[in-house]
Design a protein around this ligand. Sequence first.
Ligand SMILES: [Fe+2]
Length: 182
Amino acid sequence: MFDKERFIEDCRAALKERNAQAAIQELVTKAVSDPAQLLQVIGEPTRAGVETYYKSDDLTILNLCWGPQMVFKPHDHRMWAVIGIYGGREENTFFRRSADGLTRHGVKVMDPKDVTPLGATIIHAVTNPLDRITGALHVYGGDFFAAPRSEWDPKTHKEQPYDVADTMRAFEESNARLTGAR
Ligand SMILES: [Fe+2]
């Protein structure tokens, strides 16, 4: 049975491993291995948004819910991450820096029980292609909210400092559409 406090403790302990990201990947894989059971504990998501389960200088654990058809602009993290899907679908488009901003170099579609480790230098955009909420556990090897990082304009691919307020607006807009659709 998934236990949130136990999961946080286990992730904290995993940070002491030689390959902390691999150890965390094992924990996330286990957590999302039975989505129905996980949902019983954390609840079926009803809104888009970011719920912070844990945050410190060296670890951030989020329950991240993408709204239906939500498209999230390219951004980097500057710390390793592990993403595990427990509901819906997450489409990750990966980019590399190029002379005119960014070049696309791959897409990875993630379904429930899928887990992906992301390196500290990756740049990605995220889309929820479904008409329902996508739920995922995101674990980062640092303070996800405090670290300075970049985002790119989805159309011009111009790099700019990551704007947390704009992220929160994107979730609010998604929720407004959810409410409107009901
Ligand atoms: Fe991301």
